[in-house]
Design a protein around this ligand. Structure first.
Ligand SMILES: [Zn+2]
Ligand SMILES: [Zn+2]
Length: 249
């Protein structure tokens, strides 16, 4: 399968990676997100979407635009970006570029937009082709971007009766093309694909067969904004939302 990574695409993914590595674990990061604009009614492509990880909370959405280009960011770029922010309901925006910005662009940015510099040489040792391939059938050349590491600990009794706790760590993330959630179990190394639009709505489990499973769904907030969510479901109806991806503005 052809898998060509243009430099702009690698730049976008690098920005997503750096954001995910630096942000609080309370926030989740989606590369190449797609949100239906509340004003325009059309799908807007967002280089990096940052939002609340654990709750259906769309009140603090941040969008990032990675502008890999030869010139400086100007006033027009900031205005276009502010229009997009409004359409997708973002409270803050970050413009990332390799060559800085004009003084007027900074004035137009005000407090709603931050402009950050990321030089192109940072791309040198960055290789997203090492990320696992998306396992959704028919998804072409999608790669899984991990951004969360939920842990479950299990109380066990050793043979001599001593209570011990074992921790099970997972990676959670989504495909950078189709957005579908993935979970990787560090114990058995199996990667599960968890679609949110699965009619059967069955839980997914790795071969470890431990007392929890994974389920994805589409949720709505009080305004009617929709998001796809990945849940870690434990016994007694308890669950934890471990990843999200907004669908509408
Ligand atoms: Zn995919
Ligand atoms: Zn496992």
């Amino acid at each position: 399968m052809k898998d060509i990574w243009e430099d702009w695409k690698r730049y976008e993914r690098l920005v997503a990676r750096l954001m995910a590595d630096q942000l609080s674990t309370e926030l989740c990061v989606t590369p190449n997100a797609s949100i239906l604009g509340a004003i325009t009614g059309i799908k807007r492509q967002i280089d990096v979407l940052i939002e609340a990880r654990h709750d259906t909370d769309n009140s603090r959405r941040i969008i990032v635009d990675a502008k890999r280009r030869k010139r400086k960011i100007d006033v027009k770029d900031v205005e276009t970006f502010r229009g997009m922010m409004e359409d997708v309901g973002a409270t803050h925006g970050i413009l990332v570029c390799p060559h800085g910005h004009t003084p007027a662009a900074e004035k137009r940015a005000q407090t709603a937009v931050s402009i950050r510099l990321l030089p192109l040489d940072r791309l040198e040792d960055f290789d997203p082709t090492t990320w696992p391939r998306c396992s959704r059938p028919r998804c072409k050349n999608g790669r899984v971007f991990w951004d969360g590491y939920p842990e479950v600990s299990l109380g066990l009794l050793a043979l001599d009766g001593t209570p011990t706790r074992l921790a099970f760590v997972h990676s959670v993330g989504k495909c950078d093309r189709c957005g579908v959630f993935h979970v990787s179990c560090t114990t058995c190394r199996q990667i599960l694909c968890i679609p949110e639009d699965d009619e059967t709505n069955v839980g997914h489990q790795c071969p470890c067969r431990l007392p929890w499973f994974w389920l994805a769904s589409i949720e709505k907030d009080e305004r009617g904004a929709q998001s796809a969510e990945l849940h870690l479901v434990m016994g007694h109806g308890k669950f934890r939302t471990v990843n999200r991806r907004s669908l509408t503005g």
